[in-house]
Design a binder for this molecule. Structure first.
Ligand SMILES: *Cc1c(COP(=O)(O)O)cnc(C)c1O
Length: 393
């Protein structure tokens, strides 16, 4: 099936909730993707921060094949070794105590929100606890996750959402403080906002939020679904700030293409009890095998060093682009999570880039978002910059 045929068939049957780029991806190899017509693209979106180790990684693929031949699914009524192992490894890595595996990011957020509500309920027996979330945040599309997503456009048609959610200004401590009261059970934020426009939190904000939470026995939830798993050059973005959460959510690169998410809690915040929460698929042996393979690669390769080294170079190149192009007013981000700030529609540049064999995406109307596989080289950056310059012209 060529690209045109694929698009026609998809558009006649799949619900039109996305305005997709006119590309049908057929296969991947390393940091490159190929469409159904055989065209090659340098991929600086990685399936939206998913494919940390690029396409066709042999170690991941072999581990998945081996698990398929053993068993894919068991249900959570029984134990399975891949999940037990992945759980142990992840809580150790994150310095947390408990984990629950989900199938997606939005479900991880659901679990985090339920945990916070349960924690507060256990304390005072009341049911009207509030959550403070951030403007321009993104936490997912299910009703609970949408309720804490600071985007009026996404929320409006689906109201009423879950109650008791208030929105503060990101990186503005006073704004958060003004919303805290004795009903507040959680503050949720992304250490680096992704969809909202690649905004890294300031250190002052992160430390201040932690203090507010400590003083008021409020649970701090970090959504590391996009910025976690090595994306910023640390395993988890909050490590840049020396501030720890009570609950953390992961997904995207956690399974490097296999749908898996998780929420992790400290022992104190591990409020969910038998019967409070569940999932048919979450943490099944196949998904857990993916997590273990991904964790193996983080252990066995120097990928975090690569992120730090290549992103330094990348940022210097983005500095030059900022100087050279009037339509670029700057860039921001951390590690290999970068946003180029444009003063024109970012999607126009994305389309030009695609025409020239480069995949990048947007984050809001005027931010060009770049989330390459973590294994990219400086040569890949050079190749990318060359195409980006063309696309900007
Ligand atoms: C992508 C994303 C989500 C939602 O994850 P899904 O797997 O798409 O449900 C939540 N939070 C952040 C920060 C994300 O980037």
């Amino acid at each position: 099936m060529n690209t045109k045929e694929c698009i026609e068939m998809a558009e006649s049957s799949i619900l039109h909730t996305y305005n997709r780029y006119q590309l049908s991806i057929d296969k991947g190899d390393g940091v490159y993707l190929y469409d159904s017509d055989g065209n090659k693209y340098l991929d600086f979106q990685a399936g939206i921060a998913v494919y940390a180790f690029g396409y066709g990684n042999k170690k991941i693929n072999d581990a998945l094949k081996e698990q398929i031949d053993k068993i894919i699914h068991t249900s959570n009524l029984y134990y399975n070794e891949p999940a037990a192992t992945a759980a142990k490894r992840l809580i150790k890595l994150a310095g947390m105590d408990r984990i629950f595996f989900t199938n997606s990011g939005t479900e991880a957020i659901e679990g985090a929100v339920k945990t916070a509500r349960r924690y507060a309920y256990d304390k005072d027996g009341c049911t009207d606890h509030e959550i403070i979330a951030m403007k321009h945040s993104f936490h997912g599309r299910s009703m609970g996750a949408l309720s804490v997503t600071g985007n009026e456009k996404y929320q409006e048609p689906f109201k009423p959402l879950i109650g008791g959610v208030k929105f503060a200004e990101f990186n503005n401590l006073d704004s958060v403080k003004s919303l805290v009261n004795d009903k507040t059970c959680a503050i949720i934020l992304e250490p680096v906002q992704g969809e909202g426009g690649i905004y890294p939190a300031t250190e002052e904000f992160m430390k201040g939020i932690r203090k507010i939470c400590d003083e008021n026995d409020i649970l701090l939830i970090f959504d590391e679904i996009q910025c976690g798993m090595g994306r910023t050059g640390k395993m988890f973005a909050h490590e840049h700030y020396g501030v720890k959460p009570d609950i953390m959510t992961l997904a995207k690169a956690l399974g490097c293409g296999v749908p898996v998410g998780a929420f992790l809690t400290t022992e104190k915040a591990a409020a969910l009890k038998p019967g409070d929460h569940g999932t048919t698929y979450g943490g099944n042996p196949f998904a857990a095998a993916a997590v273990n393979a991904v964790l193996d690669l983080f252990e066995q390769t120097n990928v975090l060093e690569n992120v730090i080294e290549v992103s330094e170079y990348f940022e210097k190149e983005l500095d030059k682009i900022t100087e050279d192009f009037e339509c670029v007013s700057g860039h921001r981000g951390k590690g290999l999570m970068q946003g180029l700030i444009l003063n024109k529609p970012a999607n126009d540049v994305v389309l030009k880039a695609i025409d020239n064999g480069l995949l990048v995406i947007t984050a809001g109307a005027q931010i060009l978002r770049m989330l390459p596989p973590l294994i990219i080289t400086k040569e890949n950056v050079d190749e990318m910059i060359k195409i980006l310059r063309k696309a900007l012209q």
